[in-house]
Write a protein that binds this ligand. Sequence first.
Ligand SMILES: NC(=O)c1ccc[n+]([C@@H]2O[C@H](COP(=O)([O-])OP(=O)(O)OC[C@H]3O[C@@H](n4cnc5c(N)ncnc54)[C@H](OP(=O)(O)O)[C@@H]3O)[C@@H](O)[C@H]2O)c1
Length: 253
Amino acid sequence: MASQKRIAWITGASSGIGRALSLRMQADGWIVVASARRAEALAELAAAAPSIVPLPLDVRDASAVVAAVRHIEDEVGPIDAAVLSAGTYVPMRARAFSAQVVRDTLELNTLGVAHCLEALLPRMLERGHGRIVAVASLAGYRGMPTSAAYGASKAAVIHMMEALQPELAGTGVVLQVANPGFVRTPLTDRNTFAMPFRMEVEDAVDALYRGMQKDRFEIVFPLSLALILKAARLLPAGLYLRLMRRLVPTGDR
Ligand SMILES: NC(=O)c1ccc[n+]([C@@H]2O[C@H](COP(=O)([O-])OP(=O)(O)OC[C@H]3O[C@@H](n4cnc5c(N)ncnc54)[C@H](OP(=O)(O)O)[C@@H]3O)[C@@H](O)[C@H]2O)c1
């Protein structure tokens, strides 16, 4: 990834990780096509950085995603790297369990990624070149209180990318999953619980962009929380669930 005028497409670029990564990559010589729903926020971002091209898009709309990718490749050029960061977290407690929250979360966090993969993969495979980074989460490793919808949507993304990767090895198309811990963005600013090892967005984006210079499948940060949660994946369910009970908000049992 050393030549100039490489083209990146970033979804979720109006805010948080996607926005900071757009600025980071354009500063490093990329042309960045920045997508999200809020056109004004994208226009503001593009006004601050001449090589950011705003392209409003709702990733839940599969045909709009296909049209957006076609537009980028016709008008800007072939996408070298796509970072799929559009997503949301809606906390959901057991007493307020809602299939609608699950449906909405999966529609954005999981199907949004699937729509982008469907639009990007044939083009990248045809030219034998490209990188797709799906932003999942450490919350996708195992079930955690309040994350029944969010964690499931991110586990599905990790699973989907893992299932695809072996087939793409050696094709020139690199698939990666980014699993961040807590990052200070508008998404986590809403949280009222303690967020261990929370990172500043610039540090998170540095780690993410560093990971994109390599082809390792998983880009994970911060290491401290990642190691704890990787170890937690090895625990038997009974012990893991006993530990998770400590994270249940008071008064919710
Ligand atoms: N912050 C964290 O601690 C953390 C940790 C792990 C994983 N993540 C993941 O990182 C990604 C980015 O999160 P963030 O913290 O940067 O959150 P954020 O600041 O809330 O940004 C979310 C972005 O997604 C966009 N978006 C929402 N719905 C969309 C839709 N239907 N179509 C297109 N874009 C849409 C939003 O823009 P519009 O509203 O303009 O559409 C916004 O640009 C998410 O996938 C999140 O799950 C975050």
